[in-house]
Design a protein. Sequence first.
Length: 209
Amino acid sequence: MKQQNVTFKHLVAYASGELTGRDASMVEVYLAVLPEAARQARHLQEVIQTLRTDDRVTPTAEAVRRALGLLHVPDAEPGPDWLAPVRVLARLVFDSRSTIALAGYRGSADGYQLAFETDDARVDLQILPRAGEDLDAWRIRGQVTLHDDARLGAVSLMQEPRGTVVASIEPDCLGRFKIDSTSGVYDLRIELDEGTRSIVAPRLQVGPE
């Protein structure tokens, strides 16, 4: 089960004790970081336990039908928003192409540097043309510096409008990575803590504007 595929049905199965191994662990990650999901899981566990143990009154067929209806969520419906990974947009704090930055910037005439920040991390990027290759061949060299004890995961370059992943790579132990791309506007996604949350550097311009 991938983290993005955790649904209300999985939460019900977890509360029922039907999930084991990696599936149970995946749900537990959500419960650890999302208080609303944890409260919902505890409520489901209490309801299910009561249904299993309180047999003093035999339920009517209508009561059973209504109870099953409350626990049923059609597969086509998306899960509640609190089951989705937490996504934080990073803010651009430095662009070497700006007028102010150019006064003190000494770098490649064709390349440029960008920096993004959130409360959790800083993302430094250098965007350069790939020497000796096609004119529309670019390389993104970057480094992610975390401000807390988060676990750094994959770095992915995504293209709008559907968020298609163009390239994805695991950074090294220092948070460094390289991604090759053609020119365009992308979102750069950095996964943290096994994908339960992510940082996104939005509207990243690769190549000439």
